[in-house]
Write a protein that binds this ligand. Structure first.
Ligand SMILES: Cc1cc2nc3c(=O)[nH]c(=O)nc-3n(C[C@H](O)[C@H](O)[C@H](O)COP(=O)(O)OP(=O)(O)OC[C@H]3O[C@@H](n4cnc5c(N)ncnc54)[C@H](O)[C@@H]3O)c2cc1C
Length: 529
């Protein structure tokens, strides 16, 4: 539970010995923290920047089996993923929601349609469900009128699920907090403490107070994604990674209207790309290319990537208005993929790897969807430093979301409440208790309430304006120019809740707008290739 989170108080508690120290506050680290604290272990998590600052805010947000893994013959990964999807849909249905997918089949792919149907049959079979269907071209055009009709033979539909990735990370950390774990953002691990022939802790820098801390633990779990090798090397090990960038752009649903996810093969390289509805906008993705840039700077979409996705969309949605002028935002993430030297980046296996080096267990790679299994695998390796882990035999729910009655005297709809439950999970009743009634109003052109701004600032470890606008809420992605039209009232609430003086407020505003321009805007000048 995030209610009442107080970073300074938690910093005071770091002088004891932990059972598990987790490094990295993305989905993998949050998953490990959740599982370990649920097993009764004393745990803390140290994140160099903000929670979900790395790849876990910039994924395609699918909780999916991954048809591509099936195509590559990785039945085990697909099977695990579809069962995790099922589990998450049941445990947190407001945070992880079903998403219908449609594949329009054109004349040029006619020979592949039976292969696609067989693949989807197997996909459903693995999940013990029956969701895939075919529909005629006219039915498909009725559903998605802006689709290219020339050469359209039929549609094939199936079901996966969608989430908000950074909220998923926050939800896991919130559940771990409820079990006594300590997650800290803006705490970077700078070195490890060696003792005899093992690693006995870490030296971390509390970046908010510019203070070094020695933190002791029985086992260290390095869950730093694409940075895993850098951290591993501090301990004396290494793990060869191939950072692969994937980018998306966001447009208004008026520019590109899709009632569900639409997926199709890009004409240039036959990779599947997709457009899907998310929080009132349409997201288009993704690319997959080597990222040879400084990993300390956020990745950004290049002009070439934009043109590649634009060209793909134009094939299927010829009337869609997609140009640099009407893109709302762009975002990129870096896949932590273990290097096997495949020529084509998309062929590199996506399975996670685990390495144990003298008490530092490194876990990297894998997917958002399978965070629970990845976390349990890491803990299985870590258990020898903990004298066994009987908790691994049990499979408790990851999310314990309370039954919640919609208050009778509210102007919010049942759908709004579902959305709040998805975002604030266990904290939803506290959110409603704390909310000023006049702030239960939507921020213009969004489904975010003004009260959410205050809640996040007060309870969810926001240090900088970018934490609030890019990860706690996604206003920086959903509103034009990073939400500049609402910046002044948002900064007013920052001043009230975080005590920012006028100088600090101006500094935060400038830093955020520059960051947005450099990495999340559709301005591709001066971007990396
Ligand atoms: C474009 C794209 C689309 C994707 N789509 C999907 C999808 O739809 N579904 C799916 O299941 N998976 C998807 N994935 C995969 C998934 O997003 C990643 O596997 C996952 O987010 C990786 O999470 P992580 O926690 O391992 O790494 P990260 O999220 O990168 O977290 C690592 C964290 O470690 C921190 N860190 C680094 N160094 C230090 C240090 N010294 N001290 C403390 N902290 C440190 C970083 O700041 C970072 O926050 C996608 C990936 C990409 C790139």
């Amino acid at each position: 539970m995030w209610k009442g989170y107080n970073r300074e108080n938690y910093l005071q508690e770091l002088d004891r010995e932990f059972d598990v120290i987790v490094i990295g506050g993305g989905i993998t680290g949050a998953g490990v923290l959740r599982e370990a604290s649920g097993m009764g272990l004393k745990t803390c998590l140290l994140e160099k920047r903000d929670f979900a600052w790395g790849t876990s805010s910039w994924s395609s947000k699918m909780v999916h089996g991954g048809l591509r893994y099936l195509k590559q013959g990785d039945i085990k990964l697909t099977l695990e993923s579809v069962w995790e999807r099922k589990r998450l849909l049941k445990e947190a249905p407001e945070l992880i929601r079903p998403l219908d997918f449609l594949i329009p089949v054109y004349q040029e792919h006619a020979s592949q349609r039976y292969l696609m149907q067989t693949g989807l049959f197997l996909y459903d079979l693995l999940a013990l469900q029956w969701k895939h269907k075919t529909c005629s071209a006219s039915n498909l055009l009725h559903k998605i009128p802006n689709l290219e009709s020339r050469g359209l033979l039929q549609g094939i539909s199936f079901q996966d699920a969608l989430t908000d990735d950074s909220r998923l990370v926050m939800a896991l950390l919130g559940q771990a907090l409820g079990d006594g774990a300590i997650p800290l953002n803006y705490c970077s691990v700078e070195d490890v403490i060696h003792e005899k022939d093992r690693i006995a802790g870490v030296m971390a820098l509390d970046r908010a107070n510019n203070r070094y801390l020695d933190i002791r633990g029985r086992v260290i779990i390095n869950a730093t994604g694409v940075w895993a090798d850098q951290v591993c090397q501090k301990a004396g090990g290494n793990i060869p990674l191939r950072p692969l960038r994937g980018s998306h752009f966001v447009v208004s649903s008026e520019s590109l209207q899709v009632p569900c996810a639409v997926t199709f093969f890009h004409p240039e390289d036959k990779r599947p790309i997709f457009a899907f509805p998310w929080n009132g906008v349409t997201v288009v993705g993704t690319t997959d290319l080597d990222h040879a840039h400084d990993l300390n700077s956020p990745p950004g979409m290049s002009r070439r990537e934009f043109e590649y996705l634009q060209e793909g969309i134009k094939q299927i949605f010829p009337k869609a208005e997609i140009s640099e002028k009407n893109i709302i935002s762009t975002f990129s993430g870096i896949r932590p993929v273990v290097k096997t030297n495949m020529r084509n980046p998309s062929k590199e296996p996506r399975k996670h790897v685990i390495q144990d080096y003298q008490g530092m267990v490194t876990v990297t790679g894998g997917k958002l969807t399978t965070f629970r299994l990845i976390a349990r695998d890491a803990l299985k390796t870590a258990q020898k430093y903990l004298g066994g882990l009987p908790g691994l035999k049990e499979n408790p729910a990851v999310f314990k979301i309370p039954e919640f009655q919609v208050p009778p005297d509210t102007k919010l709809s049942g759908r709004d409440f579902d959305r709040l439950l998805g975002r604030y999970c266990t904290d939803t009743p506290s959110f409603l208790d704390q909310a000023n009634p006049e702030e239960l109003e939507f921020i213009e052109n969004t489904n975010t309430l003004w009260a959410e701004i205050r809640w996040c600032l007060r309870n969810e470890a926001v240090n900088h304006l970018e934490d609030l606008l890019l990860r706690r809420t996604r206003l920086g992605l959903l509103l034009p120019r990073g939400g500049s039209s609402v910046l002044d009232p948002v900064l007013d609430i920052c001043r009230q809740e975080l005590g920012w003086d006028p100088e600090m407020t101006e500094r935060e505003k400038e830093a955020y707008l520059k960051l947005w321009e450099d990495f999340y805007s559709p301005d591709f000048e001066n971007r990396q290739a």
